[in-house]
Design a protein around this ligand. Sequence first.
Ligand code: GCV
Length: 683
Amino acid sequence: MRFYKIQLLMLLIALISTVSLQAEDGSQLWLRYDRVSKEVAARRTISNQSNHVSAQLAAQELADYWSGQHVELVLDNQKRDLKDGFQINGNHEKLHVIAYQPVGLLYGAYHLLQKQQMGKKISDPIAIAEVPTFDLRVLNHWDNLDRTVERGYAGHSLWLWEDLPSKISPRYEHYARANASIGINTVVLNNVNASPQILTAAYLEKVKVLADVFRPYGIQVYLSANFSSPAIIGGLSDSDPLRKEVQDWWSLKAKEIYALIPDFGGFLVKANSEGQPGPQDYGRTHADGANMLADALKPFGGIIMWRAFVYNPTIEDRAKQAYSEFVPLDGKFRDNVIVQTKNGAIDFQPREPFHPLFGAMKKSNQMVEFQITQEYLGFSNHLVYLAPLFKETLDADTYAHGAGSTVAKMTDGTYHAQAKSAIAGVANIGEDTNWTGHHFAQANWYAFGRLAWNHTLSSSAIADEWIRATFNNEEDFVTPVKEMMLTSREAAVNYMMPLGLHHIFAFDHHYGPEPWGDIAGARPDWMPWYYHNASSDGLGFDRTKTGSNAVAQYNQPLRDIYSDAATCPETLLLWFHHLPWSYSMRNGNSLWDELCYHYDAGVQEARDFQKQWNGLEGYVDKERFSDVQQRLAIQAHDAVWWKDAVLLYFQTFSNQPIPSGVAQPIHRLEELKKIKLHLNHHN
Ligand code: GCV
């Protein structure tokens, strides 16, 4: 009898908790703070002496949501070392949030609210200081003026250009608040494939309105500039950076922009890359182009972020080209130019070794560009938590200044004093109600911001914060979800491109597998065979001395480590080596068998995510639960598609059976080859 009573009680509790889980659409992101009651508000004071709008915002956030002790916000102009960070001192009765810059108070306020959300006690006494590791924590929007988003999977652009400047969407402020809550302080509004129109007077008026909305949240606006703007919108005969008329045009343009937006950040430029115009159109170098723009912005304190994502269909290995072009220019860039380099040398693949430029350009300001949007990682259908990918690059040792010269330290000012250190992520944000399409893609926006603030944080700690803030603090929920997130990147590598394979995606949209892809007349470096080199002799890209010798672009001892298949990390094996199918891996498996096991493991992992999530139904509101559930089903389905497509295709070269213990393909290669997804490149 007693047993039944307990069971009944448990059932009741379960029912009540499910019913009380309010429907949620994800629009609040990780900012699901509970508003304090009048009683709580009356019990504690939030004091603030500053009338700076960011300080006032900080006070307001705490007044609305802080249920702890008294808080005093203090601006201290002696504490220059805090930069835009903060200090929190005090005890269980009163806290002092101290900052050098007003926005530091806002960051301090969000820090307190986050601790409260996570159910963390503020220790007594408390004395902490947080100074961000990068000065500029940048989101790159690849948003076009027609509101399509290149590689965007969360709907159209947030920027309603047609409505601006007169109509201001409330989402602009929500967006700014979300960014500020994780320390993001710089946004590039438009696509690097830039329309020159963004620099016309009409658009600058619209940009000004956005900058005004973002400013209180400490966010500075940058624009992507089209290098041919002087010719296209200025009516000049060309845009040669060494011509006085062109230089004057940019100087005047800078003056016009700063008159409207006094704290305008600067320009991001994609030049002579994938058909974009640039200084090379006039026989000039990247340094000539970047420096000309840097000189135009210098009087106003502006910065040029100049991308190193350059490659042409030449015989030189694509992975080597950025290094070949940029290393000779090292030391030739102005101090307000930052060379912005993608994390890897090809293009945001599921796994790449870090870009060799990070270890080579010791006399130039450099910054990493990550891709938060999942162009090559299942769009907004797959759950892939990217902090481990970001960390892998940031923590990679370049050996530029001996052991320990990590990519993070090569870009955060440790070795090369930069006027401003910076880090960028290509945004995954669109007008979808939940901002990012997949609810778990919010975690990637969050993780980018947190790592930009502090690159020493662990992927696990960041996931922990995000899960608690976005869902709940129940350990039985947090633990399995964290585990799922932390294994998800490796799972995706397994079912898409394990062991250093890369770029075997379907042409153009980059969603599914197409290792057989070959379009007559197309650029070889856009074709999968260029990268996998499958033949009856084996698989992989020989980047050692016997091949393209891309290994030579890495510092010692990496060059030797990568050169020898026996010492090359197996995660990167086929990136650097072309090996026979029978090659013996460190565990004794042949390369072919090992490949099969990796794909199989990826499928199993994707299926495990489904099982894990299904067991968590009672902990999440129905809406978000079933949305994630449906996407996990797509992911598991896609994982099988990837495995079958790649293994069946490579089997035509290996001529070996799929080992027993690995699930046999359920598709036929000929059927898979017929799949043609008509996914819009832009959306
Ligand atoms: C913005 C890749 C993407 C392009 C993108 C380009 C870039 O090639 O597929 O969509 O263009 O990178 O980063 O410039």
